[in-house]
Design a protein around this ligand. Sequence first.
Ligand code: FMN
Length: 329
Amino acid sequence: MPDLSTNYLGLQLKNPIIVGSSGLTDSVEKIKNLEDMGVAAVVLKSLFEEEIIMEMEETIHTMTNQNFVFPETMDYMETVVKDDLLLKYLELIADAKKAVKIPIIASINCVSSQKWTYFAKEIEKAGADALELNLFFLPSDNLRGEKEIMETTFDIISKVKGKIHIPVALKISAFQSNLIRYVQHIDEAGVEGIVLFNRSWLPDIDVNQLVVSSGFVLSSPSDLGNTLRWVSMVSGRVNCDVVASTGIHDGAGLIKQLLAGAHACQIVSTLYINESSQIRKMTDELSKWMEVHEFNTIEEFRGRLSQANSGNPAAWERVQFMKHFRNFI
Ligand SMILES: Cc1cc2nc3c(=O)[nH]c(=O)nc-3n(C[C@H](O)[C@H](O)[C@H](O)COP(=O)(O)O)c2cc1C
């Protein structure tokens, strides 16, 4: 049997499948079931920066009658987290750690480095194996250009890394100008992992009601290509680990991402569509494929088709547009 283990954020994973942050990981029972179904790690559903700040401000206001929160007050609050939502999150980490053997990665959705970063320490104390920061900058703010986004990103990383010792991964959106530069900047700031990509909410229009409605929440296998392109291009250009997320629905998607250079893959939509038995199907498919191609370990083929290693870097670039679109008549 081939060895499916891989290393991500310094954590030894029994296979490259991680369940991504979502409602699939919001209780100990669900996490236990995912472990039983063969998953190697989970990322907990995200807490939002606003939730942390709001709850802390309420607590501080009750305790001190102040409306303004001084940074030193936040440091003091480290020892007195009282809010229900935050406590429940810390309890989920601690209880999950007791109930399962797989790594538990906590998650915070953030847009700034303001006030909330003290909570990273609480997450570490609760026993999380790592912290994933989901950075959400939709580039529609004309006051916040590339420079400001880079600065904010750097600030978030340095504040969080200054408070904790567990590994930190950044989950980013595909909508950034010059992604390679942005990712290299993140890497230089010292994170241990990068997750490509987060999935934005997609709007739609209801033509009967003439209102804005919600597009599909779940991804489809056709979303794989964008992630594959950037995993391939980023892999080998950064020191941190690279995780693929978005559009991985089956064993073939998993194998492609590993060939492009991913250390591991996060899956969500396929589990909503196909249920948790999909995890075993995907690891079985990977195992069989490795046998056929006579690979004993993932490291023997991981990144073989990344842009840096494929021997044909142009295969991932503009020339393909000319080749495949021009002849389409
Ligand atoms: C129902 C649902 C809830 C999600 N909740 C979160 C969340 O709380 N935090 C987060 O970082 N990503 C969240 N995501 C994004 C997923 O973690 C993942 O990045 C995205 O769905 C792409 O992976 P997929 O193609 O396998 O679905 C959510 C996705 C779905 C479908």
